[in-house]
Ligand binder design. Structure first.
Ligand code: UN1
Length: 495
């Protein structure tokens, strides 16, 4: 096999070792004997160097015409497309999700990149009449400066691209700290950016742990915005740290997403949706379905059909095209899942299927667990309330749509929800009354597209949205410009 490849930080257009002199091995969660690569265990000095480089690069990048920024970004998209297969294979090796899904993740980065390339020729502001004669009013977007990104392991390239591309097109510069588990996808993304002509220092990457790098990434005064995707617990700390200096922060955090199944639903479709929403990405999506509620008349049939389908899922190494569910990303995540299985049993939920750590043969090489379904889940239970981030879904029951909506909203989170029904009145009522950032009708809670706002209400977010045009509002500030060509002093609200 030879010795594993050593990957470096990207600072000011150069691949450099950490000043710590330390590295760490990134292992495949499906096969711990497979070393995906050796990565820099960076320290605060590396972060400072990266932020300095980004500050310096900002001086020119912000003045580089946006359509020209768009041309570079367009080339990056085309290159990601050309390398899609290799990038996806490497992503499955480091993150574990099945190859069909990592192809989707890379595709999402491609989509986001093309989309934002086009924004280079738009970035529209407004022109509007002035209330005074011979005066002109307009708004323009101005970039913020240096952005710090702390990105998660579950969408190793898509989510960094959601943050990077709108930031870059608006004229900001970036330092990314990828999740410890998935540095390679961000290093690959950065390599493509650099090779396709993004100027040195515009995008920098520093790998290592959040515990060591979070503070220097947030507290450096040159950093104007911190964008974070991860747990609500960490997001709260970031929000507090940023508040002192009024630093912007964009937070995308936990979810406890629900699928509502009405008696009149297309049963087979609702089961397809639940299977994909709950066990796709091994349940490790912020938008994963982790609660399902069925109307009384359909509950039994639905649970039986879902259990049957879950039991037939092929679990294993995601590089095998026939595998349908990969491992948990690491040992800690596996342990969390197993602990919630115990919690669910102890609090009286009915274990319908799954719940076991898969062992023996190739399973011993990684962190595999069975897709798990609990029935008879009630609103008092911890498995109803807490984000698990694994292939565990709890199913409960309701009588009326009003009750279903009340149950859907009975959570501290507000990311995604869905309803399966053939009745347009049910669909529209739920669309209006379920308080989430994302809502689906006759589709699972996962599956967002890049030109639609992504994010959630309540403790899922802090009012911002990623992707779509909304991301431009995160990475720019409005400037209102008044041009008076009357030659005289004109006083609004007075003259
Ligand atoms: C996430 O849920 O963590 O909407 C991101 C989806 C994907 C992105 C999910 N496009 O399912």
């Amino acid at each position: 096999m030879g010795s594993p490849k050593v990957y470096k930080n990207l600072i000011n257009g150069q691949w450099v070792e950490s000043k710590s002199g330390k590295t760490y091995e990134n292992l495949n969660p499906a096969d711990q004997s497979d070393v995906v690569g050796v990565f820099q265990k960076s320290n605060a000095d590396d972060v400072k160097d990266a932020i300095d480089a980004a500050s310096d690069a900002y001086k020119k990048w912000r003045l580089f015409p946006a359509p020209k920024r768009g041309e570079i970004i367009y080339r990056i998209a085309a290159r990601l497309e050309a390398e899609k297969e290799e990038l996806s294979q490497e992503m499955t090796r480091e993150m574990g999700k099945i190859i069909a899904e990592t192809r989707g993740d890379t595709q999402e980065a491609i989509d986001m990149t093309y989309y934002m390339a086009g924004e280079g020729r738009r970035l529209f502001g407004q022109t509007t009449p002035s209330e005074m004669p011979n005066k002109f009013n307009m708004t323009v977007r101005q970039p913020l400066g240096v952005c710090s990104f702390i990105t998660p392991w579950n969408f190793p390239m898509a989510i960094p691209s959601w943050k990077s591309m709108p930031a870059l097109i608006c004229g900001n510069t970036i330092v990314i700290k990828p999740a410890t588990e998935t540095p390679l996808s961000v290093v690959n993304f950065a390599r493509v950016c650099l090779e396709e002509g993004l100027p040195p220092g515009v995008l920098n990457v520093v790998t290592g742990s959040g515990a060591a790098l979070g503070e220097p990434l947030m507290n450096n005064p040159a950093v104007k915005i911190v964008s974070f995707t991860g747990s609500t617990e960490v997001g709260r700390k970031i929000s507090e740290a940023c508040a002192t200096n009024f630093k912007h922060c964009c937070l995308e955090m936990g979810g406890k997403n629900i699928q509502i199944v009405m008696d009149d639903a297309n049963l087979e479709l609702a089961v397809d949706g639940a299977l994909w929403g709950s066990f796709g990405t091994t349940g490790q999506r912020c938008t994963a379905t982790s609660r399902i509620i069925c109307q009384k008349g359909i509950y039994k049939k639905f649970v039986e059909a879902l259990a049957k389908r879950a039991e037939s899922l092929k679990i294993g190494n995601g590089l095998d095209e026939s595998v349908q569910m990969g491992p948990c990303v690491n040992k800690g995540q596996l342990e969390t899942v197993l602990s919630y299985v115990e919690i669910g049993k102890n609090e009286g939920a009915k274990l319908i299927t799954g719940g076991d750590h898969l062992t023996g043969g190739d399973y011993d090489k990684g962190f595999f667990v069975q897709p798990t379904i609990f029935g008879d889940v009630t609103q008092k239970m911890r498995i109803w309330k807490e984000e698990i981030f694994g292939p565990v879904v709890g199913v409960g029951m309701f009588d009326t749509l009003d009750q279903a909506i009340e149950m859907a909203n009975d959570t501290i989170y507000g990311l995604s929800a869905s309803i399966f029904t053939q009745d347009v009145n049910n669909a529209y009522t739920a669309m209006r009354d379920v308080y989430t950032g994302i809502f689906y009708v006759n589709a699972p809670t996962i599956g967002a597209e890049t030109h639609m706002p992504f994010g959630g209400t309540k403790e899922t977010g802090n009012g911002h949205r990623e992707a779509s045009m909304a991301a431009l509002d995160v990475f720019s500030e409005w400037k209102s410009i008044y041009v008076d060509f009357s030659g005289a002093l004109q006083r609004p609200q007075i003259d």
